[in-house]
Design a protein. Structure first.
Length: 148
């Protein structure tokens, strides 16, 4: 009888240990979310210097149309006067930290004008971040258009 009670208690303890606990975001997760939002704001205002500071020199970007840009090409695109975002904001960001690397995923919505024509897009993104010399920088970004 005692053995059955001990086995039942052990089973209960093991089953509750595997239930995921709500965890508070870490300081790294919070910092990356803040960097993501700062990036959106700087890009919408075409603040190239501010965007550049968030990106690693080796940064690569794949846009939803399949185009691929390195950092200098991306910064030229940010500064392009024919491409102007009015609003650029996220609908939520999730960050997973793996030591000195992190992956941010989420959805962003953007409205603006491109070559004089208004546009609205909604896109899912994946950004890869690396901590270098104590600072987080984005090394790769990819976005996928969410169809209307």
């Amino acid at each position: 009888m005692r053995l059955a009670i001990l086995a039942t208690l052990a089973a209960l303890l093991l089953s509750t240990a595997s239930i995921p606990q709500d965890k508070s975001p870490t300081s790294d997760e919070i910092q990356i979310k803040q960097l993501e939002r700062a990036w959106n704001q700087a890009e919408a205002k075409q603040e190239v210097k501010e965007v550049s500071a968030i990106l690693a020199d080796s940064f690569v970007y794949t846009d939803y149309d399949g185009s691929f840009m390195n950092k200098s090409e991306y910064l030229k695109w940010v500064a392009d006067p024919q491409q102007k975002a009015d609003h650029l904001y996220d609908e939520g960001i999730t960050v997973q930290v793996y030591g000195n690397a992190a992956v941010a995923t989420g959805i962003y919505r953007e409205t603006g004008t491109n070559k004089g024509k208004p546009y609205t897009i909604r896109s899912r993104f994946t950004d890869t971040w690396i901590r270098r010399n104590g600072l987080w920088v984005c090394v790769a970004s990819h976005s996928t258009l969410i169809p209307k």
